[in-house]
Design a protein around this ligand. Structure first.
Ligand SMILES: [Zn+2]
Length: 221
């Protein structure tokens, strides 16, 4: 069947005609195109989202364990109880010698916990080992940064726990070394000198050791 000739298409609008969007609502203001701002906002949100995810991932990697522990320890309150740092010794066996004169110009800034040479010395708190060294009065010693940014001092050690190093994370009961009489304890019976230093200086750890022993005796609550 013969088709009628196609109709001639409508002529294009004259060049002077503005686009339909503005002609249809000529009396309303032109709507702003927000697409570039939205795109930019999405890009920014995506960037910070990825950054946060990367930071979160890194923060939980093993190599960040030490900074993470430092951060957590700094936020924790100072301990109300302490674990006995020498194995097999009861808190009631520890003499109250904190503040006793030592020579003419010093006072005893801790407690002495006597035990046989070689008895394990363990951490009284959770913490980060900040120093493993031999020097001065303390002889072979370990420093641990514990909860509430308090510093725990374990001195006169016969030896350090194998492989113990600065930066190690420890928990109560983790071995730091063994009882000895190095430093100015040479010639005295082997003992651990244990001291705790808060922001205001040393304080007597014995009440907290006794509280720790009471707590350990009544584990069910
Ligand atoms: Zn001492």
């Amino acid at each position: 069947m013969a088709m009628p000739p196609a109709q001639t298409p409508a002529p294009p609008p004259p060049a002077s005609t503005p686009p339909p969007t503005s002609t249809e609502h000529a009396d309303t203001p032109r709507r702003r195109d927000y697409t570039p701002q939205v795109r930019s906002l999405v890009r920014t949100a995506l960037f910070f989202g990825l950054l946060a995810a990367a930071a979160h991932w890194a923060w939980h990697q093993p190599f960040m364990a030490q900074p993470r522990a430092m951060y957590e320890l700094a936020r924790l309150p100072a301990p109300a109880t302490l674990a006995m740092p020498v194995e097999g010794v009861a808190a009631r066996e520890v003499a109250d010698t904190y503040g006793a004169p030592r020579g003419s110009d010093r006072r005893h800034e801790g407690v002495d916990i006597f035990a046989a040479r070689g008895t394990p010395v363990v951490s009284a708190t959770r913490g980060v080992v900040t120093s493993v060294r031999e020097s001065g009065l303390g002889g072979r010693q370990v420093w641990v940064l514990g909860p509430g940014r308090q510093r725990h001092y374990y001195a006169h050690l016969d030896d350090w726990a194998e492989g113990l190093a600065s930066g190690d994370l420890v928990w109560p009961g983790d071995m730091l070394g063994t009882v000895g009489n190095t430093g100015n304890a040479r010639g005295t019976p082997p003992h651990l000198h244990y001291g705790v230093y808060a922001d205001g200086g040393a304080y007597d750890p014995l009440p907290l050791l006794r509280a720790g022993a009471r707590e350990a005796a009544e584990p069910t609550r």
